[in-house]
Design a protein around this ligand. Sequence first.
Ligand code: CU
Length: 196
Amino acid sequence: MCDYLDMIKTDMTRNRRVGTMLAALSATALALAACGETEEPVKNAVGTADPTSTMASDPNATPANEIKGAELAKGTFAALKSAPAGTKSVTGVAYLAQHDKGTTVTIDVKGLQPDTAYMSHLHEQPCAKDEGGDHFQFDAKGPEAPPNEIHIAFTADADGAATTTVSNDNPKTKGAKSIVLHLEDKDGTKFACADF
Ligand SMILES: [Cu+2]
């Protein structure tokens, strides 16, 4: 329960949909009180991986492409046509594995800005359609946040590379068509995409 709350709390720092965030904040604050934590402003986790969160970088997780018995999809990242200057050299791959414990996504990206934080999500459209469209959701009427969506926060290393794995308990990601990389700017600018 409390680990799950940590996950939600971490994600809220990245959620730009203020209405959702405020609703989630009040609900989480109540629940956190029950976990013995005091209510504090959510700190911005940009630039750090939260090891308590399954939705942030987990350097020890088994990569999606190494999970035995999984149904595996692979995508190759390319810069979007709209990618701003300085982001167009991105390359890399994404793996989406559906397995008996849920879904695991791994991204392995190069050509990023050194020591810089980024966000990515599973999206519901292919890259060629509205740059991946909206976020993929397990439940289309559910919250616009994990665990109903898969968000992957990551930070590039000093060489501009990042490898990140996240997991979700739900294996039903058939509707996910792409993974989109976003800048951590105020608009969450999309700059790269990989189709599955
Ligand atoms: Cu996205």
